[in-house]
Design a protein around this ligand. Structure first.
Ligand code: F6R
Ligand code: MG
Ligand code: MG
Length: 362
């Protein structure tokens, strides 16, 4: 069996209404284009989803990571969907497309990308997470819990095939360098870095023999653009079971609606709410930030699914808690720590306001 590559490529190419959700015509447009590519044999299979105003293209193919053909396909879909968005005057049409010129790879052009190439196992359960109103560092906490915390993942303790631990690849987004740290040996070092989730982002997690377990989209669109364009609203792919965390161990970290950056104007801390697909439409104060989980079994490259993994009663309490936390922290209004610290506001619209104040200082 040839290797299969899972590419999740996403962009905000226009919101409906405001930044809250996705117009059905956009989804249909993307599905038709991918169906054509599937018919031609360019790709093996696909699923089109969304979280809030972010269009998520989930694609399987045999062309490997960073394949020009697949990236071009996704790029053309985003450009085409932008045209649909413009016709409907959807909000922020083409928001994440930073360039007119495609040059072989969507990285650096605005869209987020998470890709992994796998040797398909006898059974291959994969969870794909998509978020809205937050940033790539928001996967740090759950990845740590899934792959390094025995209070979350009992498999680390009792499954001999997990007992050796994992390796985390961490990206320093400001200096564009990567470090690999092993758990459990280097877990404190790992936490020194990834606890600062705006600076250090977990890019991938491997088994110690190199087998890929998880990848994220670490792109920071505002850093790329050098100005505030929008939030990066990341995606993540996690393989599950048989020597990797069980599906339930991968979902468990989201039972705690931990705090993430993003929300209104990309400028606030707020609780990360796990929701069913139909609830992936952030409205209150443009939020609170949300995450959905697409569950698939991969069969000879075909995506069997998705199952809507957070459409489960057992996440009700997390959602209630998230609403309580949202209510509480909202009462701080424009004050920190609801508002991000000044250092993290650099790529928001705030510096323009500060600039105007400059002359008033004596
Ligand atoms: C957050 C987000 C929204 C916008 C807000 C203002 O990621 O996209 O909260 O920042 O709605 O949008 P503009 O400046 O386009 O009016
Ligand atoms: Mg938007
Ligand atoms: Mg978004």
């Amino acid at each position: 069996m040839d290797n299969i590559t899972i590419s999740v490529i996403k962009a905000d190419i226009g919101g409906y209404v405001g930044h809250s959700s996705m117009h059905p015509n956009i989804l249909t447009n993307a599905m038709q284009a991918l169906d054509k590519a599937k018919g031609k044999g360019t790709i093996v299979d696909f699923h089109v989803g969304h979280c809030g105003d972010d269009l998520d293209l989930i694609i399987t193919h045999r062309l490997g990571e960073n394949a020009g053909e697949v990236h071009k396909l996704a790029w053309d879909i985003f450009v085409d969907c932008t045209e649909v968005a413009k016709e409907l005057k959807l909000y922020g049409a083409g928001q994440d497309l930073l360039s007119d010129a495609f040059s072989g790879n969507v990285k650096g052009l605005g869209p987020g990308v998470a890709e992994m190439t796998i040797e398909e196992r006898k059974s291959e359960p994969v969870l794909i997470f998509a978020a809205d109103k937050t940033s790539p560092g928001s996967w740090n906490f759950p990845l740590y819990k899934m792959f390094a915390d025995p209070f979350n993942t009992i498999g680390l303790v009792i499954d001999p095939s997990m007992h050796d631990g994992f390796v985390f690849d961490v990206l320093d987004v400001f200096n564009n360098r990567t470090v690999s740290l092993k758990t459990p040996e280097e877990m404190y070092d790992l936490l020194v870095l990834i606890g600062a989730s705006e600076h250090y982002i977990v890019k991938a997690v491997h088994k110690k023999d190199g087998v890929i377990a998880a990848v994220t989209s670490p792109q920071k669109v505002n850093l790329m653009a050098g100005r505030y364009v929008g939030k990066d609203d990341p995606v993540m792919i996690v393989r599950c079971q048989s020597g990797l965390p069980a599906v339930g161990e991968v979902l468990e970290p989201f039972s705690m609606p931990y705090m993430v950056t993003g929300w209104m104007r990309g400028s606030h801390w707020g609780p990360f709410m796990p929701v069913a697909f139909e609830d992936a439409n952030p409205t209150r104060f443009d939020g609170p930030p949300r995450v959905v989980a697409f569950g698939f079994q991969i069969s000879n490259g075909s995506l069997i699914g998705p199952r809507d993994m957070f459409a489960d009663l057992s996440y009700d309490l997390a959602r209630t808690k998230a609403n309580e936390v949202a209510d509480y922290i909202r009462r701080h209004g424009p004050f920190e720590p609801h508002r991000l610290p000044l250092s993290d506001m650099e790529y928001t619209t705030l510096p323009q306001v500060l600039e105007k104040l400059k002359g008033k200082f004596k």
